[in-house]
Design a protein around this ligand. Structure first.
Ligand code: MSP
Length: 493
């Protein structure tokens, strides 16, 4: 599966933009790592990639957090958005743009999309009455409440009644159901798609998209008493992140290839967002990929429980690559998983130290000692399921891809033992080392989207540049080995 020039694709991947009422935690970091693995993988294929992330900085929740910290909202959001950028740098997240919704150009995009929806006759004035959860920025119906509280966070809700402008979401029910039926890859994975389809089939209510009470927001262009509902503001980031409607980036990358979201915000992305785009006459994203939630030691993460895990602390203790590996290896996208340091340490010791680190160490130790040319016939190539790996990644099955890469690594380890490579000599040793060094070189390329630092370290020790997907085939070994440090240190408990 080699990428030919004609086959170069554009790949536009987005993450949700994070609320700046609080600092990043491992849930946010997980979304980022999934997007980063996909972005890096597509760069490796030679595709044209744009990876967008950012921060969601308007709304009642942010205004309140700033007040609680005795800061002006703008100062507060400036500070917290920096924390997100710092964390993503520590995790080696290779985004192309970090968008903040308080940027001037973003406001212009929001005004623009509202004008288009308005011109399409999809906005009318009415009165909103219902429940509102401030922390989640969500309006709720009686039916949604659980024991009178917010069904998402369990917190108290407020009764609100106000004049509001509504978006005719109900008008898009049939179009959405048609979309889900015809574009099978629009909603992924299946287990989370079914819930959306069932809810839309049950009927859609029009959505109130303005507020008069929340003033830390973008002005509603049609009525100066009103401000834009934070979710309409936030969703537009995927357009303003490409400078829409102002620049060529939009023409180059629109529509999004994959939009990664947590399952609790799937509704906004799978229902409200495509309806807004249909109304505005814009092309729809190809896939909304929803992922599950992490608990911590079996419990929901929450500030009140004091069990919120800071990804930067984990990176400092164990390394960015260890955390990145853990995220993709521990649970398939769409399932829920449990984060515990014990599980992380097990994976580091059993997989990163024993499978990967020891393999490289054994191979480079033997190769450094070997006095002769390294050449041979590819005996391990048949263990490498390149098609399976490429297909898994194309199907957004990151979990399946890393599993297949690991199968190849295990086969290479087995080859060392089965052939007692350490005891071979002459041409036999040269052939075995050839197979092992080439396997290590290919493994470095394949793991580079998952563990970019480790991939670099491997290629340094092998004395070969880290290539692209095209180079994932056995060729002549053209490097000079220089043994380096162990890739990962065993963690003692
Ligand atoms: N600001 C909105 C998104 C607007 S996008 C136009 C928002 N922000 S958030 O900061 O609350 O969450 C962002 C992402 O973090 C979501 O995808 C969410 O699923 C993810 N996570 C938050 N906690 C999580 C876990 N415990 N586990 C996994 N991911 C979770 O929603």
């Amino acid at each position: 599966m080699i990428q030919s020039r004609e086959n170069i694709q554009k790949f536009y991947v987005t993450t949700p933009i994070y609320y700046v009422n609080d600092v990043p935690h491992i849930g946010h970091a997980y979304t980022m790592v999934l997007a980063d693995v996909l972005a890096r993988w597509h760069r490796l294929r030679g595709d044209k990639v744009f990876f967008l992330t950012g921060t969601d900085e308007h709304g009642a929740k942010i205004e309140k957090a700033a007040q609680d910290n005795h800061e002006l909202p703008q100062d507060f959001v400036d500070k917290i958005s920096e924390k997100y950028k710092d964390s993503w740098q520590k995790l080696n997240i290779s985004y192309n743009r970090f968008l903040r919704t308080t940027e001037e150009s973003h406001s212009r995009a929001v005004t623009n999309i509202i004008n288009r929806i308005w011109e399409n006759g999809d906005i009318y004035k009415g009165e909103y009455e219902g429940w509102y959860c401030v922390p989640d920025e969500t309006f709720l119906t009686n039916l949604q409440l659980i024991k009178g509280a917010c069904p998402f966070c369990g917190r108290e809700v407020k009764r609100v009644k106000e004049e509001a402008y509504f978006f005719r979401l109900s008008k898009y029910k049939d179009a959405l159901l048609k979309l889900y039926a015809e574009e099978k890859s629009f909603l992924a994975p299946d287990n989370l798609a079914n819930e959306i389809i069932a809810r839309v089939s049950a009927g859609l209510k029009d959505l109130d998209i303005t507020r008069t009470t929340v003033k830390w927001a973008i002005a509603f262009p049609k009525d100066k008493e009103h401000y834009v509902y934070v979710w309409v503001d936030a969703l537009t980031n995927y357009l303003s992140g490409l400078d829409w409607p102002e620049s060529g980036k939009f023409e180059e990358f629109w529509p999004p290839t994959v939009q990664i979201v947590g399952k609790e915000i799937n509704w906004f992305h799978a229902v409200i967002w495509p309806s807004m785009l249909l109304s505005a006459g814009l092309e729809l994203p190809k896939t909304i990929l929803a992922h599950g939630w992490w608990t911590v030691n079996g419990e929901k993460m929450s500030k009140s429980k004091g069990n919120v895990v800071d990804p930067v602390k984990i990176v400092e203790k164990y390394s960015a690559d260890a955390l990145r590996y853990f995220f993709v290896r521990e649970m398939p996208i769409g399932s829920d998983g449990n984060f515990s340091e014990t599980n992380l340490i097990n994976r580091i010791n059993n997989e990163l130290v024993a499978d990967l680190g020891n393999f490289l160490n054994r191979v480079v130790t033997m190769a450094e000692k070997f006095d002769g040319t390294i050449a041979g016939t590819p005996e391990l190539e048949s263990k490498l399921d390149m098609k399976g790996i490429m297909d898994s990644m194309a199907a957004l099955n990151i979990y399946g891809a890393i599993e297949k890469i690991w199968e190849f690594l295990r086969a290479a380890n087995k080859y060392v033992n089965d052939n007692s490579v350490w005891s071979l000599e002459g041409a036999k040793k040269s052939n075995a080392l050839y197979n092992l060094l080439e396997s290590a070189r290919i493994i470095a390329i394949l793991i580079s989207p998952f563990m970019p630092e480790t991939a670099q370290k491997i290629s340094m020790q092998l004395g070969v540049p880290l290539g692209g997907i095209d180079e994932c085939k056995f060729a002549a070994y053209a490097g000079k080995v220089t043994k380096g440090e162990y890739l990962f240190q065993k963690i003692r408990r």
